[in-house]
Design a protein around this ligand. Sequence first.
Ligand SMILES: NC(=O)c1ccc[n+]([C@@H]2O[C@H](COP(=O)([O-])OP(=O)(O)OC[C@H]3O[C@@H](n4cnc5c(N)ncnc54)[C@H](OP(=O)(O)O)[C@@H]3O)[C@@H](O)[C@H]2O)c1
Length: 152
Amino acid sequence: MGYHLIAVGRRQDRLDALRAELPAVSVRTVAADLDTDEGIEAVARICAAEPLDMLVNNAGVSHYMAFADLPADKLAELLHVKVVAPTTLARAAVPGMVGRGRGTASLAGLTLGEVVCAPGVERGELLDTARGASVAAFGGQSPSLAARYRAG
Ligand SMILES: NC(=O)c1ccc[n+]([C@@H]2O[C@H](COP(=O)([O-])OP(=O)(O)OC[C@H]3O[C@@H](n4cnc5c(N)ncnc54)[C@H](OP(=O)(O)O)[C@@H]3O)[C@@H](O)[C@H]2O)c1
């Protein structure tokens, strides 16, 4: 069984290309920036209104540099896209899933325990700090959320 898709990204041209690649599937595109409160809210409204079977939190950014060198705006972007957005979207989607008795809010794309490396960076562990914190922040609450709603 296939799924109808709601695809989110910042660039409408790439969303259009995705839709063209999948002519047999219904693809609704939503241009939104998950680095902004407005973008997150717009997608959260869709998550709350549509009967989603699955929420895939795949949007991500990688800023390959030492933590001490990471500019504040890049750190804020990382935390918005990889912590605030998935948490807010899951919060918006879950009540409908609970009401319908089915649904999955997934963290596909985040690989726990992954080692991050980048060419020319000798101390790879420095790259992991902020990204690791973002993964831990969302990953840490997923098991308890899943357990709560699985039990319901
Ligand atoms: N590639 C790897 O080796 C690897 C390993 C572990 C985990 N991951 C994770 O897996 C996920 C996908 O990785 P990938 O390699 O496929 O990355 P990618 O090719 O860079 O794709 C990232 C996607 O996120 C979207 N995106 C980025 N910033 C966004 C924003 N502010 N608002 C809305 N959409 C945004 C991008 O679309 P637009 O640019 O059009 O907005 C794009 O579709 C990411 O979360 C990444 O961190 C990747």
